[in-house]
Design a protein around this ligand. Sequence first.
Ligand SMILES: [Zn+2]
Length: 248
Amino acid sequence: MKKREKLALIRAHYPNAITTIDSINRLIDFVEERLDLEPSQIMLADSICSDDVNSIQYPVRAGEFLGPFKMGGLDGFPFTGLTGMGAFASHVPDEGAVFVYYGPHIGISKEGIVGEIHRYGQHKSSACCGAAKGALNKLMNDAIIPGNLNDMDYQMNTIEQILFKEKARILAAIQPLKEATEVIYEAIDERINVLVSQTKYTCKHVILLGAIHINSDTNIGSFTSAKRFELINLATNERQNLMEEFLK
Ligand SMILES: [Zn+2]
């Protein structure tokens, strides 16, 4: 499958999607040209689902950054919290920057089925994100107990509670899984911004790239549908919205 065919498949659902490889290439160009830094001065933290597909499809060139520090648990919610953000904030080179890539993920198979991908070596496709789909099934079956956060399945219960708060919105949507993914993005984005505001950094900049992360079949790869691309100057607290620059 050619790159333009892969993009057409994904853009039918996420019109601004680019390949994750291209998003990392753009990021590297950005830090070199706009911040005059080397990728090795950037501490990468990601808050994406712990699903093995995200390790398998991790772009090789991301290895030019330091890290990654893994903030995410199920469906990318930043479960490592203030301690996690404080940890990598204290590991970043003095003249460098922190780059956080965050968001929930959703599968789109080669056949265009949303919420499924074909994984290597398997006969059948499987759920992606499995946690989001599981929580959505419970929501549809009235099986989520408000306020339930059990130690044995704490991360899953957290995803369930996020969806439960937007039950009417999700169930009214034409594509409930896609809407649930938007709801989870909003919860992650809000939490990341609170974590950033409550963390002390020794470096100069924080770069935020918030997105719906899209996985497809093994031979198609992964994609980024950006929702926020911002540069925060830590000396002045000034925030620059760079979405247009990122998407052009
Ligand atoms: Zn997942």
